[in-house]
Design a protein around this ligand. Sequence first.
Ligand SMILES: Cc1ncc(COP(=O)(O)O)c(C=O)c1O
Length: 479
Amino acid sequence: MDKQKRIPLYQALLKHTAQKPISFHVPGHKNGKVLPEQAKNQFQQLLQLDVTELSGLDDLHAPQGAIKEAEDLLAELYQVQKSFFLVNGSTVGNLAMILAAVKEDEMVLVQRNCHKSVLNALKLAKAHPVFLEPEFNQEWGVSTGVSLETVKEAVYRFPEVKAIILTYPNYYGMVYDLGALINHAHLHNIPVLVDEAHGPHFILGNPFPASAVELGADIVVQSAHKTLPALTMGSFLHINSSRIKSTKVKEFLQILQSSSPSYLIMASLDLVRSYLAQYNQKDVQYLIKQISEFKEQLNEIQSIEVLSFPNSDGDLLRVTIQSKCHLSGFDLQQRLEKAGIYTELADPENVLFVIPLLKNNRQFPLNEALMKIKSALGDIPAAPKKLDFQLSPERITELAIGYKQMLSCENEEVPIIESAGRVCAEMVIPYPPGIPLLLTGERVTEQKLRQLIRLIESGARFQGGDALDRGMICIFKTE
Ligand SMILES: Cc1ncc(COP(=O)(O)O)c(C=O)c1O
């Protein structure tokens, strides 16, 4: 583990800066010396490290020096065959792993509640997705993971599939028996690609759920920036088997990632890998204590309840509160924002807090936050609520119009309330979490329509669906 204390890329950058180099290269801010006046104080120091592929600083697309060493240390920590630094989020990791695994017209099983980047990758590949409906937790009001039965049935019906693409954990930190799904897929020699955007810290083991890497997934993508103290967009991709060639993944990463990757992001990935590797039992105990006290105090507020993970298995860093009053999750979130508390996400029932991976005795203003939360939500009377969700009866579905066919289809706008039975011509994505409610090429069912109306009425924000605020939705003309 001593080796994991090394931070080769960060050190290479410090060594470069120590020479007080005069820059006649890109970027144009010249090590932070030339900056718009307003940004000088904030940016100057940090931008000394925002350099480019100079001597001694290696090259992300052909690593041989400090970046190679940093990526090798990452692979060693996760005990995988190969790891890549990503500078464009899990988004680029999902695109690269899927494009490497699936070609035009090939079938692939996909967990339906996936991030839009997974669907964009399938569209780019012109693949033929078969969607697996996840289970639904009635108490939380959210979709979780796919059941083994669904995977078994899908593999039986579509034995020719080239891969299974799963998301683990869900946005709320909920997990499922991923190991059983992977084992079943591997029995049929089907590679399993896992979007573990929210779980890079699971490698720490208990009290965190098992990590997709340990469970044997073939490729795993993780947003280091979501739960580790990394810069936004900093992410990892791990190759954990030979079922899909790592050279193919590398080829797509070279196509999709910038030829000028950010050294700040890469250095922060090097630093958080070392941070994670040195996270010890004392840190874990401190974190557990901080979070349980936070939850206990939250539970004293009558208008909300802190949700517990089914079977106590879920991500410790995620704290979900559910409305127990007349307000929606979106309303609660707005009240919190007025009090200076900014949360990760709201849905019609819940608000999600993401807690940092604190090291022992590291301060984070949880008590100050509690005071503000109590003053924002404390005076709202409790009101009994009955959550009642309609579930999709179909476990396995396909697009009504495939990615190739839709290229020659025309669109039109129709009133949302008249869209049931038609085929959607855009992705309608409540954001966050960025999981499409409706897919391009998917038929609008009565149940999806009700869900959409419920979200609009409760104040959700959307990406795609530009006409929603005019009460319209874009659908395909054909049929
Ligand atoms: C499950 C999941 N996958 C992938 C992504 C994309 O990650 P990134 O923002 O790192 O590109 C997100 C982002 O929220 C996500 O929730």
